[in-house]
Structures are given as C-alpha cells and as structure tokens.
Ligand binder design. Structure first.
Ligand code: FE2
Ligand code: FE2
Length: 191
C-alpha cells in the first residue's frame, strides 16, 4: 500500500526558506541530508527548536484563524468547512507525539542508547498519521488555493497552513531519514 508520505515533499509546499537556527537557512527545494548536524545531540536540538517549538507556536493561531474564516464565510463556495477541527486534531496529535519523542526517545538517543525498535516503529506509524492529516489539509484547502476576493484573515490562514505543511514534511523526513536510521538495529557480524 502506498504511504501518505510518498505523496508529500517539502518542495510541494515550501515557498519560503527554512530557517535552521544560528542564522542559517536553506532555500525552498529538496533538502540534502548532509545539511543537518552530524552530531546527534545537535540534530535533536535542531528538531526541538526548529520544528517542535515552531509547530507549538503556530498551530493555535492557525486554529483560531480557521474558526474565524469558517464563521465569516459560511456561504462562500470555496469556504473550508471542518478546517478548524482538522487543524485542532493536527495540533493535538502532534503534541502527544512530540511529548513521546521528548520524554522517551530523545533522552535515550542523547545518551547514545538505542531505543527499542518497537518505540521507533511507533513513531513511524505516528508520522504516517500526520502525513494522512496533511493530505486531508491539502484536499480541504484545494491545495491552499486562496480565492481572489479572500480577506486578509483567509490569506494569512492558507499561507500559514502551507508553511506548516512544508515544515511538518521536513520534520518527518529529518527524523525518518536522518535521525532514526542512526539507531537502526545493526546486523550481527557473521563468523
Ligand atoms: Fe519530532
Ligand atoms: Fe516525530
């Protein structure tokens, strides 16, 4: 079965440079894995500060904006009914997931202790769920298409939701493709 993640890539959403802290940023487009810190502690710090903290800061505003747009433009043919509830669900799902990483997985990784493979598998499953939610977000917003006569709140909502999608895809990819493989079970050497 095709994973929801296969249909999502950062260049699909990101029309903004990605700020990775310390004054560094990378332009829109595919992010080469080599750009991320080789040191695992530093990589986890980037994930926590550049992705976890940013999702926590931005999602409550997006939920609020979506409630305003839904309430003010009920009759508009391009209005996105259910968008606020979807963003709220994304916020809650992400919060629960990030807490699992911050309280379980990341502390062991910082101590160079490989987490149980089942713990990583659980995170990968969560990531698939996040990607499925992003697919719903793309569908509900018509791929973030802003109607010509949209008010500033609607414009800010879709611009912010598009940024969230780009950030979340990059967040998932850095964990799936860069961080977690560092702790994948090593094959037992043969005789
Ligand atoms: Fe994370
Ligand atoms: Fe994660």
């Amino acid at each position: 079965m095709r994973s929801p993640l296969d249909t999502l890539s950062r260049p699909r959403f990101a029309n903004h440079p990605l700020d990775i802290g310390d004054g560094a940023s990378i332009p829109p487009g595919d992010t080469p894995a080599a750009i991320w810190p080789h040191d695992t502690d530093a990589l986890i710090t980037v994930i926590e500060t550049r992705f976890h903290a940013v999702h926590r800061r931005e999602l409550p505003d997006l939920v609020r904006l979506a409630r305003q747009v839904e309430a003010s433009h009920k009759a508009h043919p391009a209005a996105p009914p259910g968008l606020a509830d979807l963003l709220q669900r994304i916020e809650w799902d992400l919060e629960a997931h990030m807490q699992k990483e911050e309280q379980g997985l990341f502390p062991s990784m910082r101590h160079d202790e490989p987490p149980a493979p089942a713990a990583i598998a659980l995170m990968l499953d969560d990531h698939e769920e996040h990607a499925a939610n992003l697919q719903r977000l793309v569908w509900l917003t018509g791929d973030f298409s802003i109607p010509e006569n949209a008010c500033p709140t609607w414009r800010a909502l879709y611009a912010g939701a598009r940024k969230l999608a780009g950030d979340l895809v990059e967040h998932i990819r850095i964990e799936n493709d860069v961080l977690f493989p560092r702790f994948a079970a090593q094959p037992v050497p043969g005789p």
